[in-house]
Each structure stands twice: as structure tokens, then as C-alpha cells.
Design a protein around this ligand. Structure first.
Ligand code: NOJ
Length: 637
């Protein structure tokens, strides 16, 4: 290969940009992003020395749209993530796509950030389980995965997209990196380097992240693609004066492929002038070719031009049923009886097919989505109703990339509308559709039943009706904290203790003057139509267990959570951290002993000397959320 051809392998372009056609003709493109379908891709592949790798954002479905990743995380069921990724991969592969820019594994603690919708929420253990599951789902069904955005993109200051990140090495290691590590251990083929600057060094030129940690510590063998024009943006970040300087910094730090901006074409001159070692280019090319080979592309450059697959509505519905969280259900208002009650289904999201798709919907078609109003066909007007279902929340454009909000309240006049519904005196069920937790304090105080539905995809309406009428017992739990007010964010359960823990009776403690202490709904919280009782916790340094009983009168599933805390250490440790979870299905009256293993790593924290566990007392909680549960202790010697 010539030097130019090698750099071509490191260049990803979009077919509709002007540089694309001439570059393709000369064999100077290695990958494309977004394609016009399998026939067009096959045509491009013919005659190329090295086939193109075709990438696309297949985030929560290709044509069959699944719930958004934040919703799937609410199921706490990695198998559902894997199932959804598998269906998406098969559909995408049939359309000639080899590579998806997913999973997005960024931890997010600030709901203003619109991209919280694309990930698994605020917790590294839940996030790691989901990350590995998506990787398996995509890659065992013929599509390469890409864990993004490496790293700590979710910690954007003030929740503003693309913004600066300043966090300690400990927070980086303990909170933001574990899902990436998990994706790497699951065999992810690629990673995407992020837009933001991390402690002053842009992630897309960050040797510490891309080489020291990713390559040397984690032994990652795949390749890294820079996010869209992130290489050229090193100029805006103020660490390069030209595209060539930006490209040199990025490739040297460990960005192997450059997305969209064609900056790597400037590297030929740098190599010839002796400013960049040809070995750096060869290293990146080898990584890209190895993955192309792994994908089978070198032997089979073209894809079958078979018919597109039909929608997998069953899978979409099954996943959606488990992706909702029941937040409130006073006097068992839900489930609603299937007959004998006149129901009004109202609100801007009751019948909006377009919004059901959520952000990042690939080739999903609004007309193929089912809304809840379509399913509850005999909806009446509010005046005639016995019960009102209000479907409120965000449009799909309000979350995802470049969709940060300064206020996470219900948008526009929706709260006033809700107040008017409650003022009728009729029972109101609030269904919240959103790409982020919303600060619904008024609703939590005045509405008897609330379902957090996020965006549920193609089968939204059916899945919602399944839960509202009790064919499915809701079992989801929050993967993120729901704040009382925007001003509380960032708010997350695994925070450090303060010297002055909040005390409503003591002014000089850590709290706000104008908002109650703590979240509206804590991480891990979610109700069901039955009742679970926890008893008899037993704890050793190697294991913890408790008995869970279904004390209600219908079958149900409980997500049992184990948290660990290290109350006295050489550095302040989070008040508690999730270390394990299990979904258990129980018949009425049935109980089960749920056991968790505790590993050495569960007790460790990041120190100047790497991971260490310090002897002393540890606390363990087993319970239904981060805010309640049975407590036990053990000594580590
Ligand atoms: C920019 C986004 O940050 C990234 O997540 C996405 O994969 C690329 N654009 C490609 O669309």
C-alpha cells in the first residue's frame, strides 16, 4: 500500500460530502458513515483493493425501534439489551451495515445533558452489565460494536453538550471508565473517542486514555475512531493550529480513524518531512485491517441483496413492557379494569407516533409505531371520563445529541394542563415520556399514579396498555435519580459524604433553602402491582444474601439490589455503591434466598498506587432501591 492508501484506510467520510467521490475513486477512503442501502454499498465495494467498512448509528433499533437505552437500563435486565441489539444488528446487516456506533456507555449524573437518553444512567455496575450485553448482542449477530464516547463525555460541566470535563483520576477510574472496560472485556471491536476535553486534554488527543489505559492496561486490540470531526476540533480546543497538527496529535495519542473531516490526509506530508513516524501510521492501519478481517470483509466485500427483514414487534413489545418504572400508585389505582370504566387518554404524547421513536431512531418509521391512544380505542372526552390517562413529557427532539435543557421540568404549559385535569377531581394516571428524568414534584404530590415510560419505540402503545391494564406487572427500577428540581442536579445516589450531612433542623448543613432534602425518587426505585418483603440478611466478606418474599397476591418480578459502603477509609468513600443485582420472579406467597458474591474488587477504590482495599468495617445493604434495604456488616482483615 502507498502511504496515501494507508491514510485512506484511516479516513471515514460521509457519501454526501464533496470530497467523497474523488477520494473513493483513488482508493483513499477506508470507511463510510451512513449509506444509501445495500445495493449502493455493493457498488462502491466493487473494484476497491480494501473494502469499505460501513458504519451507522444503530442505537436502539434499526427499523424495529426498541426503547431508548435509558429505558432498557430500567429493566436492569442485560438479556433484554442483548436481545434488542441482536434484532437491530440483523436488520442493519441486511441493509449492508457492518458497524454500529453503539453502545453509548457514558455514565450520566446530570439530567440536563440530553445524551443521558442514550446510555444506561448513573451507575457504573449497571452500566457495565448493559455495555457488555449490547456488545454481545450486536457482535454475535454480524455487526461490529463501538463503545462510546471514550471517555467521561457524560460529565460535561453544567450538563451542556460538548462541554469541558474536570474530574479526578479516581472518579474517572471508578465511575466513568468501568463500562468501557466491560465493553473491552466483552470483545468490543472499536471505541469512539469523545468530543470533550478531560482535565485540559481533549479526549481525542488524550494519550493517557487512548494508549496508557486502553492499550497498555486493558490490552485493547481493536481500533479507535474519533467522533465526528473531533480531530479537526482540536483546533477549537486550542491545542493545534492546523489540521495537520491536530491529526498528528490525534493519531499519536491513539485515534486510529478520523471521522468526516479528512484531516488524516494531511499526514502524508508530515511523514515525508520526518515529523511523524511511519510506524504510527502503520500501527493504526494494522488495527483497522485486523477488524475488517474479523468482520469477514476482506473475504466477502459485498453483502446479500436480500429483502429487508420484517419488523420484530414481539421482541420490541417484550422489551418495552419491562422498560417502564411505576413511580406511584396510591390506593392501587393501577392496574385499571379492562371494562366498565370510561377512560380519557389525553396529552401531547398520547397519539404522537413520531415521538414514540425517541432520539436516534435510525430507519425507524413513525407510521409503524403504535401509540397508546390507538390501543385504547374507545377513549372519551375528559368530561365524560371516570379516569384520565395523561401522557405528558418531552418531544423526541428534546433529548439525544445537542439537546441539553437548562430546565428539566415538564415542557411548556404541561404542568398547568395536568393541574386542570387533577382539578376535575377524577383519578389521573400520569404517563411520563422523556429522554431524561424530569423534575415532576408537583405531579408526585398531586397525581395518584405515575408511570415513567421514557420512549418505548415501535410497540409503545401496546406495551403501555399491557402495564396500565395489568397484563404485565411492571418491574422496572430507576437507573437514574429523579430530582425534585433542576437546581439539584447533578444528583446521584453514590455521592461522597459531606462534613455536614443535610439536616432539616440545622441550617448549617448541606442542602437548599427552597427544596426539600434528597431526590424525588431515588436510584433503583420502582413499584410493582405486588409487594415484596425482605428479611434475614447474612453477610460475610465473600458473600451476602437475604430472603425475598412475594407478599402480595399476584406474581411479580423484583430487582434485588446489593450495595456496599466503606464508612472509614484513608479517603472519603461514596455513602454506598451498587455491587450486584438480580431479577427474581416470585409467585404470590413464594420466597427465595437471593445470594450475591462479593469480590475483592467490590471492596477496592482507586488510589495513587492503583486499586486497593483497606481493612476495616464494610456495610452491606440488600434491598429494593438505593434508599432502603436490610443492613449488615463485616470486617475485612
Ligand atoms: C456524533 C455523535 O456524538 C456520535 O455519537 C455519533 O455516533 C456520530 N456523530 C456519528 O453520527
Amino acid at each position: 500500500m502507498t502511504l496515501e492508501e494507508k491514510l485512506g484506510q484511516l479516513t471515514q467520510l460521509v457519501p454526501d460530502q464533496p470530497e467523497f467521490a474523488p477520494a473513493l475513486e483513488k482508493g483513499l477512503v477506508g470507511s463510510i458513515l451512513n449509506s444509501g442501502g445495500v445495493e449502493q454499498v455493493n457498488q462502491m465495494q466493487r473494484g476497491l483493493k480494501v473494502p469499505l467498512l460501513v458504519g451507522y448509528d444503530v442505537i436502539h433499533g434499526y427499523r424495529t425501534i426498541f426503547p431508548i437505552p435509558l429505558a432498557i437500563a430500567s429493566s436492569w435486565d442485560p438479556q433484554l439489551a442483548e436481545l434488542s441489539a441482536g434484532v437491530a444488528a440483523k436488520e442493519a446487516r441486511a441493509a449492508g451495515i457492518h458497524w454500529t456506533f453503539a453502545p453509548m456507555v457514558d455514565i450520566a449524573r446530570d439530567a440536563r445533558w440530553g445524551r443521558i437518553a442514550e446510555g444506561a444512567g448513573e451507575d457504573p455496575v449497571l452500566g457495565s452489565a448493559m455495555a457488555a450485553a449490547y456488545v454481545r448482542g450486536f457482535q454475535s449477530n454480524g455487526v461490529l460494536a463501538c463503545a462510546k464516547h471514550y471517555a467521561a463525555y457524560g460529565a460535561a460541566e453544567a450538563g451542556r453538550d460538548y462541554n469541558t470535563v474536570e474530574i479526578s483520576e479516581r472518579t474517572l477510574r471508578e465511575i466513568y471508565l468501568p463500562p468501557f472496560r466491560s465493553a473491552v472485556d466483552a470483545g468490543v471491536a472499536t471505541l469512539m473517542s469523545a468530543f470533550e476535553s478531560l482535565n485540559g486534554v481533549p479526549a481525542s488527543a488524550n494519550h493517557h486514555l487512548l494508549t496508557d489505559i486502553l492499550r497498555k492496561e486493558w490490552k485493547f486490540k481493536g481500533f479507535v475512531v474519533g467522533d465526528w470531526e473531533a480531530v479537526a476540533e482540536l483546533i477549537h480546543h486550542g491545542i493545534a493550529a492546523s489540521n495537520q497538527e491536530a491529526a498528528k496529535k490525534a493519531i499519536t495519542a491513539g485515534v486510529d480513524m478520523d471521522m468526516r473531516d479528512n484531516s488524516y490526509s494531511t499526514l502524508a506530508a508530515a511523514v515525508r518531512k520526518g515529523e511523524l513516524s511511519p510506524a504510527v501510521v502503520d500501527r493504526a492501519v494494522r488495527r483497522v485491517l485486523r477488524i475488517k478481517d474479523q468482520a469477514g470483509l476482506l473475504d466477502h466485500p459485498t453483502s446479500n441483496e436480500s429483502d429487508a427483514l420484517s419488523l420484530d414487534r414481539d421482541a420490541a413489545r417484550r422489551v418495552a413492557q419491562r422498560s417502564m418504572v411505576l413511580l406511584k400508585n396510591d390506593n392501587d389505582l393501577l392496574p385499571l379494569p379492562k371494562s366498565g370504566r370510561k377512560i380519557a387518554v389525553v396529552g401531547p404524547l398520547a397519539d404522537s407516533k413520531h415521538d414514540m421513536l425517541g432520539p436516534w431512531s435510525a430507519q425507524g418509521k413513525a407510521e409503524e409505531c403504535v401509540t397508546v391512544r390507538e390501543v385504547i380505542r374507545d377513549s372519551v372526552a375528559v368530561d365524560d371520563a371516570d379516569v384520565i390517562i395523561a401522557v405528558l413529557g418531552e418531544t423526541r427532539e428534546m433529548s439525544g445529541e445537542a439537546a441539553s435543557r437548562a430546565s428539566i421540568d415538564l415542557p411548556g404549559d404541561q404542568e398547568k394542563f395536568l393541574e386542570s385535569l387533577v382539578a376535575t377531581g377524577k383519578p389521573v394516571v400520569l404517563v411520563v415520556m422523556s429522554g431524561r428524568p424530569l423534575a415532576i414534584s408537583w405531579a408526585a404530590a398531586h397525581v395518584p399514579a405515575i408511570v415513567q415510560a421514557w420512549f418505548l419505540g415501535t410497540e409503545s402503545g401496546h406495551a403501555l396498555a399491557d402495564v396500565l391494564f395489568g397484563d404485565v406487572n411492571p418491574s422496572g427500577k430507576l437507573p437514574v435519580t429523579i430530582p425534585r428540581a433542576t437546581g439539584q442536579v447533578p444528583i446521584y445516589y453514590n455521592h461522597l459524604p459531606t462534613g455536614r450531612p443535610p439536616d432539616p433542623k440545622d441550617k448549617y448543613t448541606s442542602k437548599y433553602l427552597d427544596t426539600e432534602i434528597g431526590p424525588l425518587y431515588p436510584f433503583g426505585f420502582g413499584l410493582t402491582y405486588t409487594k415484596f418483603e425482605y428479611s434475614d440478611i447474612r453477610v460475610t466478606p465473600q458473600a451476602a444474601s437475604a430472603t425475598i418474599k412475594n407478599a402480595g397476591n399476584r406474581e411479580g418480578e423484583e430487582i434485588v439490589q446489593m450495595y456496599i459502603g466503606d464508612p472509614v477509609a484513608s479517603v472519603s468513600r461514596p455513602v454506598k455503591e451498587l455491587k450486584g443485582f438480580q431479577r427474581v420472579a416470585l409467585q404470590p406467597g413464594e420466597s427465595k434466598r437471593v445470594e450475591f458474591t462479593i469480590t475483592r474488587h467490590d471492596l477496592e477504590f482507586w488510589s495513587d498506587h492503583g486499586w486497593i482495599a483497606e481493612p476495616g468495617e464494610f456495610k452491606v445493604w440488600i434491598g429494593p432501591s438505593s434508599a432502603s434495604g436490610l443492613e449488615g456488616t463485616f470486617q475485612l482483615h
